[in-house]
Write a protein that binds this ligand. Structure first.
Ligand code: SF4
Length: 358
């Protein structure tokens, strides 16, 4: 029996029962793969179930609004994924009769669908012979083949893709891909559980006792420490939320107005718009409360907040800013009830702010 066959047998016996594995619906596989790209399985499952029950197919997603899709993406972060999924659904409805195509070129033409997602959907849904390569699969392959380059280099990606292609079980590529990902997620962990591994015989790292030396990784980039200062700007029992279309954070969702601070801040983080200047002007007169910390891929964030009841003069300034032409391109705004903050600002950061702080 080949190692690929052993891997499949292990997978059929040990795979986690996950809703998106229940059938081979390409749409559901597409949604689950995109959700899993930056979110762990346990964290994405509740959102997945809700998303699929509201948008059960490509047509329902294509006919939704961006705002609603964002609402259903709540808690998953990286909202551009949700927006791209909707764009992709619209594209499929218009060009492919709301069906996920079966060729790689056509799948790659869908907005937001990259090589990983296309390969995953085509192999799992249609059993096409495409090997997938995600972080888990890279770790397994780097150990199994004793891959001696830094796996984060672009040249390594190509070489590892070739190894993945070679190792692919062409009789059952879809299940093989899932088995590789599952092996990486459950057995070939950072600290690997080699005694449970179905492909231990043949794994070069295991043979040479070098499992923990592989994969070779580049040095972790240090995260940029920043402060995000959120403004609760109040008027008539309501607070202001804005959607910054061109800023580094929260481009796709409404957020409380904020300023970014940090000693090593690149200039691109500054907000030099009229609205940004308005915030800077009032910032110094406010008392700031530190409400939490948050860590994302490239940033370690300290969260601060402050409240301000806007007086007549400030409201007039705001009205002037919002009525000029330029900001409408860069900024959307609306007034909401304080208690609706978490639903209107659907980021886990909103959960760390306190609406009771004055
Ligand atoms: S034997 Fe160990 S290191 Fe090799 S693939 Fe299996 S779990 Fe990973």
């Amino acid at each position: 029996m080949t190692n690929q066959d052993k891997l499949l047998q292990w997978f059929y016996k040990n795979q986690r029962k996950l809703p998106f594995r229940e059938n081979k619906d390409p749409y559901k596989i597409w949604i689950s793969e995109v959700m899993l790209q930056q979110t762990r399985v346990a964290a994405m499952l509740p959102s997945y179930e809700k998303f699929i029950s509201r948008f059960p197919n490509i047509t329902s997603l294509a006919e939704s609004t961006e705002e609603e899709v964002i609402q259903y993406w709540k808690g998953l972060g990286y909202y551009s994924r949700a927006i791209n999924l909707r764009k992709g659904a619209v594209y499929l409805k218009e060009n492919f009769q709301a069906k996920f195509p079966e060729s790689l070129d056509e799948a790659l033409s869908i907005p937001g669908v990259g090589p990983y997602t296309a390969r995953a959907v085509l192999s799992i849904a249609y059993n096409k012979e495409y090997a997938v390569l995600d972080g888990n699969v890279k770790r397994v392959l780097a150990r199994y083949f004793l891959f001696k380059e830094n796996i984060s280099l672009p040249s390594s990606h190509k070489a590892l893709q070739e190894l993945a292609n070679t190792f692919l079980n062409s009789k059952n590529p879809g299940d093989h891909n899932q088995a590789m990902m599952e092996l990486g997620a459950m057995v070939c962990l950072q600290a690997p559980l080699c005694m449970l591994c179905p492909i231990q015989k043949g794994c070069l790292a295991f043979e040479q006792g070098k499992q923990t030396e592989f994969p070779i990784m580049g040095k972790e980039k240090t995260k940029l420490p920043i402060k995000l200062k959120f403004f609760f700007l109040e008027n008539n029992e309501k607070i202001l939320v804005v959607k910054y279309k061109h800023r580094r954070f929260f481009k796709t969702i409404f957020t409380l107005p904020f300023l970014i601070e940090g000693s090593k801040l690149p200039v691109s983080y500054n907000d030099n718009s009229e609205f940004g200047k308005f915030l800077k002007e009032i910032e110094f007169n406010l008392e700031w409360t530190k409400t939490g910390k948050h860590s994302i891929t490239h940033h370690d964030i300290e969260l601060y907040q402050s409240s301000n009841k806007l007086d007549k003069k400030k409201l007039q300034t705001l009205e002037k800013i919002f009525s000029s032409k330029l900001p409408s391109v860069e900024l959307e705004w609306k007034w909401i009830k304080k208690e609706d903050l978490k639903s209107e600002f659907p980021s886990s950061i909103a959960g760390k702010l306190r609406i009771d702080v004055k």
